[in-house]
Design a protein around this ligand. Sequence first.
Ligand code: MTE
Ligand code: MO
Length: 256
Amino acid sequence: MKTRAELSRRRFLAHGFGATCALALSGCDALSRTEWLPKVLEAGEKLSAVAQHLVAPRRAMAQEFTEQDLSPHFRSNGTSMPANPQYLALAAGGFADYRLAVGGLVEKPASLSLAELRALPSRTQITRHDCVEGWSAIGKWRGARLSALLEAVQPKPQARFAVFHCSDPKYGKDPYYESIDLEDAFHPQTILAYDLNDRTLPVPNGAPVRLRVERQLGYKHAKYVMRIELVENFEKIRGGKGGYWEDRGYEWWAGI
Ligand SMILES: Nc1nc2c(c(=O)[nH]1)N[C@H]1C(S)=C(S)[C@@H](COP(=O)(O)O)O[C@H]1N2
Ligand SMILES: [Mo]
């Protein structure tokens, strides 16, 4: 359980300009010197996305690092063991029966085993994970390119977002979920990671599959992904804000 102080710190950090600039990006420094932009940023997440376009084009790559930069230990945050009997049964069987369901607004819904996911075109990347709670870690991730998976299932023209449904009920209640737009979904560094630091992804970091969406803050990187749903909007999904923390006040746009 998070203490009240931790939760309010999360909320504080998740709001507005703080989340965008907490990581001391030089672009943000330059922007904060202009008078109008901080006001614009306070106006909401859509405008934060606009500001992000000003400092970096959407196709820009997140910084990548070398083996020497790896953190000695990649910590776990949030759920470290989903309290879900179905998940525990899958884990006990080494995830042999795991299937990733892909559906919603797609022409060819699919259900993939881990072997099938591993057979998709992959990418390996050493990147820095930044959590709004005030810590960072550098890890080496390997996973299936989400673009390859989406090309296989063929998004329908109305599809605008990919929603990641996870297996962990937070605080014994609502399952974690997250979403990204299709521009981020097709970005080359967006992968469904199954390895961390050259080993099978450990349970505390989201086994068997977790999202890496490198130009976004930590909470967007959904762990324990069971189902991907393509949607036009978030109207019918849980709190309607596109993510577990977003439903509780975080910004949907967490670009860094
Ligand atoms: N399913 C699920 N995904 C999640 C979370 C979670 O609690 N459940 N926490 C998020 C947060 S806030 C962070 S910082 C990262 C932590 O990833 P790590 O455990 O590999 O450090 O996972 C994100 N994805
Ligand atoms: Mo986080």
